[in-house]
Every structure is written in C-alpha cells, then in structure tokens.
Design a protein around this ligand. Structure first.
Ligand SMILES: [Zn+2]
Ligand SMILES: [Zn+2]
Length: 154
C-alpha cells in the first residue's frame, strides 16, 4: 500500500537502506519526509539514508500547491497530525501511530538544533533525535558504556 503525503497529498516514494534494513518515505513533490514509529531514531544509524537526506541541497523551501486544510497521518490516513514546535521548527506528529512528518529541510535544521544544544522538550521528534544521535555516537559503543557508568553513579 502506498502512502499519501500529509502536506500535498501526492503519493510518497520509499527509500531503502539495506545496511540496517530501514525504509523511509519521501515526497517527490514537496520534499518532505515521513518516518513511521521509531524510524527517525533508526535513521541516524542508516548511513545511506542519512547521507542522502541530511545534505544541505535538500534544504530548499518548497511552495506547496493544493495543501489540504488539515494534514492527515500518512499511515493512519484519518488521524490528524499534531503540530509540535521545536525552537523555530514546526514538525507534525501522529498521536495514534507515533509517525513523524518533516517538511523539506526540517531534518537538517533539527540536527543543527541538536548539535547546538537547542533541541528541547519531550516531544516524540526530540526524543528520537536525541536517541538516534546517541546510537550513532562518535564512538558508538564506548559512549553507551560511559553513559551507563554515569547512570550508575547518580
Ligand atoms: Zn508532498
Ligand atoms: Zn498515524
């Protein structure tokens, strides 16, 4: 079953990363990205997808024609997405399936915010970006061990 773009209702295209067997969906027309439950977290450890969509040339602003009055979940279809504000970036989350919709360029802006220490809040998006970064980590397993040691200390 193909998914529909929450922002412009066109059909989404799926992209596979066989390194960790992850498949995410993007809109060819408005360049937004759809992440099913926990896929945003896994995106950070999927080198092919990360390198493809993190690139600045995916950051151009796209004017969306025929935008629906309400953005609906790509997966649940009838569920309205809930806008969530993270600093200057407004993302859309599905309260039912925990899917996340990011408009064109938002993934890069969110990663920048995280790296600048400005990604706050307990939203699903913020949580998954933090966890994803942690999984990816500059030193992978070592950083996990260090974090565990810290948890035991406090
Ligand atoms: Zn679209
Ligand atoms: Zn949903």
């Amino acid at each position: 079953m193909s998914l529909s773009c929450p922002a412009c209702t066109k059909e989404l295209t799926s992209h596979k990363d066989d390194v960790i067997d992850l498949e995410i969906d993007s809109c060819f027309f408005c360049h937004g990205l759809w992440f099913d439950r926990n896929e945003l977290r896994r995106f950070f450890t999927a080198p092919k997808l990360y390198n493809k969509f993190r690139l600045p040339n995916h950051n151009f602003k796209v004017k969306i024609k025929d935008a629906p009055e309400q953005r609906l979940c790509a997966r649940c279809e009838q569920t309205a997405l809930v806008p969530v504000k993270l600093s200057q970036v407004e993302v859309d989350e599905c309260p039912s399936c925990k899917g996340i919709w990011l408009d064109s360029g938002e993934i890069s802006r969110l990663i920048d915010l995280y790296e600048e220490g400005k990604l706050k809040g307990k939203s699903e998006t913020a949580k998954q970006i933090k966890k994803g970064h942690f999984d990816k980590g500059p030193i992978g397993q070592v950083s996990k061990t260090v974090a565990l040691a810290f948890k035991m200390l406090f």
